[in-house]
Structures are given as C-alpha cells and as structure tokens.
Design a protein around this ligand. Structure first.
Ligand code: ADP
Ligand code: MG
Length: 556
C-alpha cells in the first residue's frame, strides 16, 4: 500500500485511543477541565461502570457560547497560545485533545454558561457531529454528560473490565483529585450511590478521613518543607501504619496526579529501615516547583512529568518526609544533655555499676522514630534518630516490650494462650509448690495452665503465646520465687510480667538480622516507657547530635 495521510476522522480516533483508555479517563479529563475552570464544586456521576453514563458538573468559569463548538475541535485550547507557554504550564490541561477525543468515542452533551453571559448554551454531539444546539438558563458553570462510551468500538469495550472494576477506577481517580484539591467540594455518585463526598474546607486531613477513615486521618504526620527549588507538603503515615501495596501513595506535582517512579522511590527511601519488607507507607505528597523546572508534555494522558533537576527533587521529597517522620509528637520531647566526656563503650555490668554518673538521665518520655544502623557485640543495636545516636541494649529493650504486652493483654482480658502438644514437666520446691497453689488462678489469668503430676512434679500444659516456651521452667521458678518474696512490694501482676518477660527476651550475645532489629525498635517506639526495662534499668544510651558536634570539636 502506498503512503497516505490519514483522514481527519481516523486521526482523531487514533488520538482518542491514547487519551481515553477507559471510563476513568473520561472522568479524569472532565474533572481536570472543571479544576482548570476554577470550580469550587465538582459533582461526578457514573452508571454502568461509566459505559452507560458519565456526568461531570462544575461551578467554574464556563465556556462562552461562541467557543462551545471550538472546544470540541482538536488542539483547540484556551490554556496556552504559543510555544513559550508550553514551557510553563500551570493548568492541568493544555493539549486541547480531551473534549474532541471523548466526542469521537461517545455521545456527548454539554451545557455551560460563562460569567460574561446572561444565558447558557447547550450542545449535543453524536459521533463527533453536532446534532443539536440550544440556549437556556443555568447558573455559571459547565455540565458535560457522556453516554454510550465506546458503543461503536466493540474491541475497546471488550478490553474493559467489569462495571464494578471500572467503577473502582473512577472512585480511585476522584479520590486522588479530592486529595490534591482539599479546597474543592467533590461528590461522586456511582450507580446512584454516594461513593465519596468531601467538604471542600481545605483541610487535607478531612479528605483523608473521607477516603481512608478516621484512624488513618488521625495518625498521619504532616509534611511541610521548602527549599530553593521545591515546596513539599502533604501527609504521611508513621512507620507503625503501613500497607502491603503502593496504592496508598498519592503523588502530585503542582497538584497534577502523576505516576512518577522517582517520587515513589524518594518517598519509600524516607522510610528506609523503618518498614518491614513488603510494606509501603500511606502518603499524600504534593511537590510544587516552578513550572519551567518540569516538562508535563511527555504523554497524552499528562500523567507523567520530567523534572529538569531530578536528583534535587528526589532529595527534597525524601528530606521533607524524613523531617515529618522525625517530628512525631514524641520526638519533639527535649533531649536531656549528659556529659559526653564520660561517654564510652562499657559492658552492661559497668553501666549498671556506674549508673548515677554514667547513664544519661533519660526522661520518661517516648522515643522518636529510629533508624537501625547495625549491631554491636551481638548485644547492642546502634540506631540514629533525629536527635543523634542511640545505643540500645537488645535484651533490656525486648524485656520492656514483652513486659508491656503481657500486662496489656492481661488487663484487657485478651491473653493469647498457646496450648502445648508436649506438656513440659517441672519439679518445684516445697515453697514454690505452695506459692503455686496459692496463686493458681492468677497464673491462669496470664495463660499458664499447670497441673499436678505426682510428688511436687507439675505439667505445664499451656503458656502465654507471647513468651518463649524454651525457657518456661526458669521463668516459672523466678515467677514463683518473686511471688513469694515478702520484701518486694511490687504488685503480683507486675512480678509475673517481669519474670515471664525476663526469661523470654532475646539475650545479649544473640546475633539479630536487620529485620529483627528494626522490628524490635519499632515495637520499642510504641512502649510507654521505652527508655527503661521493667526492672528500672536503662534500655538505651543516647548521644545527642549536639554532644557529637561538641565532642568532635565542630562547636565549642
Ligand atoms: P484542554 O483542557 O487541553 O484545553 P479540552 O479538550 O479538555 O482541552 O478542553 C478544551 C477547552 O474547552 C478548554 O481549553 C477550555 O477552554 C474549555 N473547557 C472544557 N471544559 C471546560 C469546563 N468544565 N469549564 C470551562 N471551560 C472548559
Ligand atoms: Mg482538558
């Protein structure tokens, strides 16, 4: 076949295929137009997965009657007029392709009124041709209704998924725009059911509440950072809150929803060492930068951007999120100074002996988010936080975690019990036997089921799921002895929790994987008193950034 230039209708259909891939693409283009028109209210409706009907209504600037027809012409746009403007696009649309593309694959009605005119105009297009034009009264704004999408494109229809899948794409899309524009009041009706409604009060957290629920909304940390090139704002989840896929990463550039591997990597890098493998954060991040510093004209869907200074943008985003993670409310608690000249590596025993002078008098406050750097002598975890270096005693830290969890489960009457297929037998001293008899019910409350088995022998049939059953005999011995101790005024539940935790906690000298260390630190961060073990000894030594700087002579 010889080379021929394609007929205009064919060109527009090929082009439409790039822009309008599925019903959600129609919703995207129409919503972007409404946002570009400065709307403060956008109502979207879809039926039958968007195939039967899509309607988008806004209270934006509207289109003057004389331009309505033009709006459906290919490459007709009010948003740019010359090549220099292509370099600094601030609107979401600019290619002048959406309306003609939609009209090429569906039946379209538009009813619009601009502020400069007294009356609105209505137009009906079928297969791209105008079949009716009228004028009529309506408030300022635009309503575009799309019927029978892809009706004449069976191949495209076949490629679409079920109506409910298409609906979920639409719902996700509108959620993204709602997150990007908290000051706009969005509503979405899917098959006549209200799927989403935002208040438009400008508060991103409120939008997150509407989309992800109150728990997520309350837990999210505020991101706000500015440098020479970018302004990064949004909300990110604390490390304790994560998801097993990346669908919860909402990334925007100048409020354009983008698919940017660079921004995904920057976001996830900020969580490096804080999340378990396979876990991903929830993040809503908008990166603002001067329009001439990026190219949005990469693809017809405008969902990709190219940054001129990729590394700088990457660094800004990573830093902004790291800053938010470090600024958790607990992290803000003031670090207490201690004399750095006395700071040196010492054995745990020496630490205890030197307690009054050596141990940093750490206050009874929570921990900031810590990043694990490594393990020292198979005994201490080295970590960095916003306020410097932390050296954590793995045994003491784990003891604290187990102790708190054992007590919490007991207090909530939700002790997880592990029945033993092979009961463990133990021999008790007469005193221990008496203590056991006197405290049998109490021990049952903690998940310990112990039965007599002949002369001072006992069978342990069930243990709390939290503890390590390997050391249960030692733990039982300590537990009964401490319950019997008259001079110790600690409440009995405290004694039980301490004994069980002490013998189940990982030991000094045990090598830990990175994952295990991270998990340990993550759990420690959640403890009420992470800085001391249940016996009151410190779980960590903190060397603040200030102390480091002083020690290295960076400051006097
Ligand atoms: P683009 O958005 O790239 O300019 P479109 O085909 O989406 O191209 O729209 C063409 C033009 O129609 C826009 O430039 C704008 O002037 C006008 N327009 C479309 N939708 C609306 C709307 N909801 N409100 C006001 N004007 C609109
Ligand atoms: Mg557009």
């Amino acid at each position: 076949m010889p080379i021929k230039v394609l007929a205009p209708e064919l060109i527009s259909k090929i082009a439409a295929g790039e822009v309008i891939e599925r019903p959600a693409s129609v919703v995207k283009e129409l919503t972007e137009n409404s946002l570009d028109a400065g709307a403060s209210q956008i109502s979207v409706e879809a039926q039958g997965g968007g195939i039967r009907l899509i309607g988008v209504s806004d209270n934006g600037a509207g289109i003057p009657a004389s331009e309505v027809e033009l709006a459906f012409r290919r490459y007709a746009t009010s948003k740019i007029s010359n090549i220099s403007e292509l370099e600094k696009i601030s609107s979401l649309g600019f290619r002048g392709e959406a309306l003609p593309s939609i009209a090429a694959v569906a039946e379209v009605e538009i009813f619009t009124k601009s502020s400069s005119e007294a009356i609105g105009s209505y137009m009906h297009l079928r297969k791209g041709d105008i079949v009716r034009r009228e004028s009529g009264a309506r408030p300022e704004g635009t309503t575009v209704t799309v019927h029978g999408l892809f009706r004449y494109f069976p191949a495209r229809l076949k490629f679409l998924k079920s109506a409910s899948t298409e609906n979920s794409h639409i719902a996700n899309l509108l959620s993204q725009y709602a997150l990007a524009f908290p000051e706009v009041k969005f509503s979405l009706l899917l098959d006549k059911h209200l799927s989403l409604r935002t208040t438009g009060n400008g508060d991103l957290r409120d939008v997150v509440n509407q989309i992800y629920g109150l728990d997520v909304a309350q837990a999210m940390l505020k991101v706000e950072a500015m440098d020479d090139l970018t302004k990064v704002i949004g909300l990110v989840s604390p490390p304790s809150l994560s998801r097993s896929n990346r669908n919860y990463l909402s990334l925007f550039v100048n409020r354009r929803w983008v698919r940017s591997p660079l921004l995904i990597r920057a976001t996830e890098e900020a969580y490096h060492g804080l999340l378990m493998d396979g876990k991903h954060p929830i993040a809503i991040i908008n990166v603002s930068l001067p329009t001439q510093e990026l190219d949005v004209n990469v693809h017809p869907t405008k969902a990709q951007v190219k940054f001129h200074y990729e590394q700088a943008v990457f660094a800004s985003v990573e830093k902004a999120i790291k800053g938010a993670l470090a600024r958790t409310p607990l992290a803000r608690s003031k670090a207490v100074p201690f004399s750095v000249s006395s700071w040196q590596w010492q054995s745990p025993q020496m630490i205890r002996d030197n307690e009054p002078t050596f141990i940093a008098p750490l206050p009874a406050v929570g921990l900031p988010v810590l990043r694990v750097l490594g393990q020292l002598a198979s005994t201490y975890i080295i970590a960095e936080g916003p306020e410097g270096l932390y050296l954590i005693d793995q045994h003491a830290a784990h003891e604290r975690i187990l102790h708190d969890r054992i007590l919490a489960q007991w207090a909530q009457k939700e002790v997880e019990v592990q029945g033993l297929l092979q009961p463990i037998s133990c021999e008790l001293s007469p005193a221990q036997e008496e203590t056991l008899k006197a405290n049998k019910d109490i021990l049952t409350q903690f998940g310990l089921t112990i039965e007599p088995f002949g002369h001072r022998s006992y069978l342990i049939r069930a243990v709390p799921a939290l503890i390590m059953k390997a050391n249960i005999i030692e733990a039982m011995g300590m537990l009964l002895d401490s319950l019997a101790a008259k001079d110790d005024v600690a409440p009995w539940e405290e004694k039980i929790a301490q004994s069980l935790a002490c013998h189940s906690a990982i030991r000094a000298g045990q090598q830990l994987s990175d994952e295990e260390m991270r998990e340990l630190i993550r759990q420690l961060e959640q403890a009420q008193q992470p800085r001391t073990c249940p016996h009151g000894r410190p779980t960590m030594i903190h060397l603040s950034s200030h102390q480091l700087e002083k020690e290295f002579g960076r400051i006097s």
